[in-house]
Design a protein around this ligand. Structure first.
Ligand code: NAP
Length: 294
């Protein structure tokens, strides 16, 4: 039986860990707060007291945590997974991390004999729970072949961009473009509202017009209705991704990434609504009418 250690049971990780259980893997789970593991334990997962305890005896360690800091903690911190992982274990990092972090972590883990697979994902939590994620992989081709049986329960599509770090580059540009689009639709809708347009008509026109993208269509409805329930992706995570992307852009491009910087600034404000708030709350910031004060 294949043994997986799954670390990070948030909106995405919880469903992903469940996929390994459904596929008949032996699964050890760890999350900073144990409550999120309870139903997985009832379904057969083994609770581990630490990332190190989860990694003990695993063939593959899969992590899905918030950011660089969380990733560093679960891999390399006190009681981190690396402490017990055996040489040759697959280290599959699915969290969205910065490019530099992906490179640094890969180097550290390789130095300890692990095989690093850079594998951020696209897809919402429902796709995570149903094995329909797209994996954005940066890895040596032979390593990817070895990892495929451990990636299959999570995904319908694997896009192999090249060497370690390349999956993260794509993920960051994908989410930067998303951040710019979402901030853009918020401003567009806010203008239409303040100008007194019929918003039902506006939404119909947006959905069928040339500016429509899956992001724009999904968010325009929620924004116009001020429906922020059931957040699937928070403003805090969107801000983090845009900031990582801008940092990468600044290291590669001669011109400052103006739209990217604007999106980072906008999400800096949006996340102040609350760390668990939907990214669509962007509309609440931009829609205050002129003269309404701060
Ligand atoms: P989430 O629900 O906020 O979960 C975050 C996870 O990270 C939780 O397990 C949390 O533990 C853990 N964590 C945070 N800080 C930590 C620390 N310092 N040490 C250890 N664990 C820590 O986020 P999510 O939506 O599942 O996203 C997880 C990753 O997937 C992020 O990198 C995100 O950018 C990426 N992603 C998300 C989506 C989406 O639609 N949500 C889509 C694609 C990619 P606790 O439970 O104890 O707080």
């Amino acid at each position: 039986m294949k043994r997986v250690a799954f670390i990070g049971l948030g909106r995405m990780g919880h469903g992903m860990a469940g996929r390994y259980l459904d596929a008949g893997f032996s699964v050890a789970v760890w999350n900073r707060s144990k409550a999120k593991a309870v139903d997985l334990i009832a379904r057969g997962a083994r609770w581990a007291r630490s990332p190190a305890a989860a990694a003990h005896g695993a063939d593959a360690i899969v992590t899905m945590v918030a950011d660089d800091k969380a990733s560093r903690t679960v891999w390399l911190g006190q009681d981190g997974a690396v402490g017990t992982a055996k040489a040759g274990t697959l280290a599959i990092e699915c969290s969205t991390v910065s490019y530099q972090h992906a490179l640094d972590l890969a180097r550290e883990l390789r130095g300890r004999g692990l095989i690093y697979i850079d594998s951020p994902v696209t897809g919402l939590p429902d796709a995570a729970a149903s094995g329909k994620l797209t994996l954005l992989v940066g890895a040596d081709p032979a390593d990817l072949e070895n990892a495929r049986p451990y990636l299959a329960p999570l995904s319908t599509t694997i896009r192999h961009f090249g060497s370690v770090g390349s999956g993260t580059v794509y993920k960051l540009i994908n989410n930067l473009m998303g951040a710019i689009q979402i901030a853009g639709i918020a401003e567009g809708l806010a203008i239409a509202e303040q100008a007194g347009l019929d918003m039902k008509l506006v939404l119909e026109a947006v959905e069928t017009g040339v500016a429509a993208s899956p992001q724009v269509v999904r968010h325009s409805k929620r924004m116009a209705a001020r429906n922020f329930s059931g957040a699937t992706f928070t403003a805090a995570l969107r801000h983090k991704d845009a900031a990582y992307a801008v940092k990468l852009a600044e290291s590669l491009l001669a011109e400052p990434p103006l739209l990217g910087r604007a999106a980072v600034a906008a999400y800096e404000r949006a996340k102040a609504y609350g760390s668990d708030d939907d990214e669509g709350r962007m509309i609440e910031i931009v829609s205050r009418p002129r003269g309404a004060g701060k």
